[in-house]
Design a protein around this ligand. Structure first.
Ligand code: NDP
Length: 452
């Protein structure tokens, strides 16, 4: 596992992965701490999560700096990520107990109700793109529910992985309740079968999702999978174009385009297509590319060289099969893994830009005849994570929002995760939900108690 600065390409630090004995110690510690943690009152768990939130808030610049160093997120976005983690911790500190309180159901029993005890230890396999938020989004509900957790983080963010482990230690969580494992993907896949692991949460690619789900299925263990997306951003003829374009820019280029819920396919009805593209390409071109540590930078590097190369191949192949470049970006000259904003127009079925997720600063434009055609195109995709519809007719927007095959649809706004609302996808975007009351009930035993 290694830290390579994506802004320079320089290898800064390498970390040995753990051997079998180290993994065994961690699994034993998780199992040993689980009964005590399950018995810990909600109020005490909440107190510790409030400490974790304070630790994050008091050291925002420090933790944000590690994110920027390891995966290239611009500092202002990295600070916002840390702030969101603190919010997630506080949200579940406040609400976990009410989300999981017994639910009385009238039956023929003297008393019958549903209780929500934890499952045990959850293995969290997490990605590099929001290296703090993805972990806290999982950890705050799971631990507040009384589970213990093991984190296998992405190999390119080892310092983030270690820092998160430190935050739990500093906040005062008992030994073994949250542990960072420094292990490879292959080892993570293998330990899913260990009886001391009871469930798995993965955020990452569809390929990893299929492998992890297969391993968990073979061992009959619950999984939550939050995989990729190719979110539609539908702009109808009556849309207010300026906010639509501004939201489109923010959604496509946040985190250098490396977000599962970024708007990726811009589905434009014919009457506004040209005007939208013109404004969009102008604003995309103006994004200042540069050192992610500098406040004025708007677009940092991509996280890894292989991800940039893969993105560029998708663009090149799409152009070779008939897409046109409305904004000719591509790999930037010089060191680091920078990629200039790019807009692909006239994208059609069969092209890679239509069929695949483009995880970087490349916008895909698809023209639709009318709103019916726009919904058809939005749904003609293997993924189903999020979607946006821009229209002045909010009622119509809501009707279309319901018809788009996605885990969430936003009308006149950018798709974003919010601890108060469920988050997740359908189709190849995975299954299960994170956040809100639904997220905390994923890793619990929904248990019936019946008393005569
Ligand atoms: P991966 O899915 O390979 O990595 C995500 C996490 O899964 C990492 O911790 C990785 O470990 C781990 N992992 C990968 N394969 C396995 C396996 N077989 N068993 C157990 N754990 C595994 O994503 P990449 O970093 O390679 O990114 C590739 C693409 O994935 C992106 O271009 C994007 O399309 C998608 N992606 C989606 C994300 C989302 O938010 N939904 C986030 C990141 C990527 P390790 O790093 O050690 O390989």
């Amino acid at each position: 596992m290694e830290t390579i600065n994506p802004a320079t390409g320089e290898r800064l630090k390498t970390f040995d992965t753990w051997n079998d004995a180290q993994v065994e110690i961690a699994l034993t510690a998780a199992a040993a701490s689980n009964p005590g943690w399950q018995a810990t009152p909600f109020a005490e768990r909440a107190r510790l999560f409030r400490h974790a939130a304070a630790e994050l808030r008091n050291n925002t610049a420090h933790y944000a700096g590690i994110i920027t160093l390891e995966m290239g997120k611009i500092v202002r976005e990295a600070r916002a990520e840390i702030e969101k983690c603190a919010w997630g911790c506080e949200f579940y500190a406040e609400h976990a107990e009410s989300f999981l309180c017994d639910e009385i159901i009238q039956t023929d029993a003297g008393s019958s109700y549903v209780s929500y005890p934890p499952l045990g230890t959850v293995l969290a396999i997490m990605p590099w793109n929001f290296p703090f938020w993805q972990v806290f989004r999982f950890a705050a509900p799971s631990l507040m529910a009384g589970n213990t957790a093991l984190l296998k983080h992405a190999s390119n963010v080892p310092q983030c992985a270690l820092a998160i482990g430190e935050i739990f230690r500093k906040a005062g969580f008992p030994e073994g309740v949250f542990q960072t494992l420094m292990i490879t993907a292959a080892r993570a896949e293998k330990i899913i079968a260990d009886p001391r692991i009871h469930a798995v949460s993965l955020t990452g690619s569809e390929v990893a999702g299929r492998k992890v789900a297969a391993a968990a299925g073979a061992a009959l263990k619950k999984t939550v999978l939050e995989l990729g997306g190719s979110d539609a951003f539908v702009v109808l003829a009556d849309a207010d174009l300026e906010p639509a374009v501004n939201t489109a820019i923010a959604s496509r280029f946040l985190n250098c385009g490396q977000s599962c819920i970024a708007a990726k396919r811009f589905i434009l009805v014919e009457p506004i297509a040209e005007a939208f593209i013109e404004q969009f390409r102008h604003k995309a071109h103006a994004l200042r590319l540069g050192d992610p540590m500098k406040e004025e930078t708007r677009l940092g590097p991509m996280a890894r060289a292989d991800l940039r190369d893969q993105l560029h191949q998708q663009v090149t192949d799409s152009v070779a099969t008939g897409a046109s470049l409305a904004l000719h970006g591509g790999p930037a000259a010089g060191p680091g893994f920078f990629y200039e904003p790019t807009v692909l127009d006239h994208v059609r079925p069969g092209m890679r830009a239509w069929e695949e997720e483009l995880f970087g600063p490349v916008a895909v434009v698809i023209r639709a005849r009318d709103e019916e055609d726009a919904v058809r195109i939005a749904n003609d995709n293997r993924y189903g994570l999020g979607a946006t519809i821009f229209t002045r007719d909010v009622k119509k927007g809501e009707r279309l929002a319901r018809r788009i095959q996605s885990g969430s649809s936003f009308v006149n706004g950018m798709v974003k995760s919010d601890p108060r609302l469920p988050f997740g996808g359908i189709k190849a975007s995975g299954y299960g939900r994170e956040l809100s009351v639904h997220g905390i009930r994923e890793f619990v035993n929904i248990k019936t108690i019946w008393v005569k």
